[in-house]
Write a protein that binds this ligand. Structure first.
Ligand code: ASP
Length: 405
C-alpha cells in the first residue's frame, strides 16, 4: 500500500488535532470532577419544583424505608394535585378558555424502563397516578381526553369537579375583562410577531390605570376576596404556568421521575403542553439520570428539553452544563432575540444517577423578588435558587397583555 507524504501530513495533523482535543477533553473532565467534588453526593435524594417542598419529608422517608423511587416522586407531586390552593396543578388548577380544567401528567420508572402519560384529562384530580396506571395496566404509553378519563374511572379513580369556586371566579374575571386577549392567532414563534406597544415595561399609561380599575371593580362584583384580588388580576393579565416535577433516587441507584400540571391558564381546549410529553416535561434513563421541566411548554417541546439534558449527561456533561445547553437551544430557537426571549421562561430540575443535581432556568425569576428555586431533600430539606442563563427576570408570558381598544 502506498502511503504518500500528503497522507502522512494528514495523519500527523489529525494526530495533533486529536491530541489537542484529548487535552481539551481532559481539562473539561477535570473541571467537571472538581464541580462534582464540591457537591457532596448523597443517596437517597429527591428533588422537585419549589411547590413540592412541603411534601419532601414524607417522600424522603419513603425512600429511606425502601419504597419504590417512582412512588416517592409521586408522593411529592400528588401534594399540589390535592391542594385546592395550588392553581397550577390538579384540583383548583386554572381552567382552559371554556372554563374547564384539563390536566396533563407523565411518569418514567427507571428500574423497569417503563413510561406512562395522560393529556387533556378532565374531572380526575390525580393524573400523575393515572399516568402510572397507564404504564402498569395498559400496553400503551399515552392516553388522552375522554379515553384517559374513562380509563381512570375504570381503574377506580373518582370523577370530581376540579374547578374550585376561586378558580371559577378568576376565570370569570378573565372572561369579563380580558378574554379578547387569548391564545388564538400566531404566537411568539411567528416571524410576524411584534412586541405589543403596551407590553411591560410599557410606560405607565392612563389606559392601563383604567383597565386595572375596571378589573378591580369586576373582581369585587364577582366576590373575589379583597386579599386575593391583586393576584387574580395578575393571573388574568399574565396567564400563569405552574406544574410540578419530581425525580427520586434511592441508595441502590434506582431512579424515577414524574411531572403533572393543569397547564397554561385560558388555553385552547385540547391544548397539551410539554408536561406529559416523555422527553420534554420528563425523561428518566436508569443508566444516566432524570430531568423534568416547568415553564413555557411550547418552547420545551421544541428542544425536547428533558431528553436533551439526559443525553447531555450521558455524553459526560455535568447536570448544570446539561441543563444550560438545553436552555441555550431555546435561546437559539429565537436567534437570541431578547425582545422575544424575555417573554419565555423555563426551569429544569436535573438529577444524575450518582446523586449530583442542578436546578437551572432561563431567567433568575418571574419577578425580581421571586427567584426560581429547586427543592431538594438528601437528609436535609432545602430550596435553592436555580442557576440562570440570563440575568434578570422574565416578563410574564405569553407576550400580553395587549390592552385592546
Ligand atoms: N409547562 C407547563 C405547560 O406548558 C406549564 C408550566 O410548567 O407551568 O403546560
Amino acid at each position: 500500500m502506498r502511503f504518500s507524504r500528503r497522507d502522512f501530513l494528514a495523519v500527523a495533523a489529525l494526530g495533533s488535532l486529536a491530541r489537542g482535543l484529548e487535552a481539551q477533553e481532559e481539562k473539561t473532565k477535570d473541571a467537571r470532577r472538581a464541580e462534582t467534588k464540591t457537591m457532596a453526593l448523597k443517596r437517597p435524594i429527591i428533588i422537585c419544583a419549589a411547590n413540592g417542598l412541603s411534601y419532601l419529608d414524607e417522600a424522603f422517608e419513603m425512600l429511606r424505608g425502601g419504597a419504590d423511587t417512582l412512588d416517592a416522586a409521586l408522593r411529592v407531586v400528588r401534594g399540589p394535585e390535592d391542594d385546592p390552593e395550588d392553581s397550577s396543578v390538579g384540583l383548583g388548577g386554572l381552567p382552559n378558555e371554556a372554563g374547564v380544567v384539563e390536566l396533563d401528567a407523565c411518569c418514567m420508572h427507571g428500574p423497569t424502563r417503563r413510561a406512562g402519560a395522560v393529556g387533556g384529562v378532565r374531572n380526575i384530580k390525580n393524573v400523575s397516578l393515572v399516568s402510572k396506571a397507564v404504564m402498569e395496566h395498559t400496553g400503551h404509553v399515552m392516553l388522552v381526553g375522554e379515553g384517559a378519563e374513562r380509563f381512570a374511572v375504570a381503574q377506580g379513580f373518582s370523577r370530581e369537579n376540579l374547578l374550585t369556586d376561586r378558580s371559577r371566579k378568576v376565570w370569570l374575571l378573565w372572561k369579563e375583562t380580558h378574554s379578547d386577549q387569548d391564545w388564538w392567532g400566531p404566537g411568539l414563534a411567528s416571524p410576524e410577531w411584534k412586541t405589543p406597544p403596551e407590553a411591560p415595561p410599557a410606560p405607565h399609561s392612563e389606559i392601563w390605570e383604567k383597565k386595572l380599575k375596571k378589573m378591580e371593580r369586576v373582581a369585587a362584583d364577582l366576590g373575589i376576596e379583597p386579599e386575593y384580588r391583586l393576584k387574580a388580576i395578575h393571573q388574568v393579565l399574565f396567564p400563569p404556568t405552574g406544574t410540578i416535577h419530581s425525580s427520586a433516587l434511592n441508595d441502590k441507584g434506582e431512579i424515577s421521575g414524574c411531572t403533572t400540571t393543569s397547564g397554561l391558564a385560558w388555553k385552547l381546549p385540547g391544548r397539551v403542553g410539554d408536561s406529559p410529553i416523555i422527553g420534554a416535561g420528563c425523561y428518566t434513563d436508569q443508566d444516566v439520570g432524570s430531568a423534568g421541566a416547568t415553564g413555557s411548554g411550547e418552547e420545551n417541546i421544541k428542544v425536547a428539553g428533558a431528553h436533551t439534558i439526559v443525553e447531555n449527561m450521558r455524553r459526560g456533561l455535568s447536570p448544570q452544563e446539561a441543563g444550560m445547553d438545553a436552555l441555550k437551544r431555546i435561546a437559539r430557537d429565537y436567534n437570541h432575540d431578547m425582545n422575544k426571549l424575555r417573554f419565555v421562561d423555563m426551569t429544569y430540575y436535573i438529577l444524575r444517577k450518582d446523586g449530583a443535581y442542578a436546578g437551572v432556568s432561563l431567567w433568575e425569576g418571574y419577578e425580581p423578588d421571586r427567584p426560581h428555586k429547586i427543592a431538594v431533600h438528601d437528609g436535609t430539606k432545602r430550596a435553592e435558587n436555580t442557576v440562570a442563563l440570563f440575568k434578570g427576570s422574565s416578563v410574564g408570558w405569553p407576550p400580553i397583555p395587549r390592552l385592546g381598544k
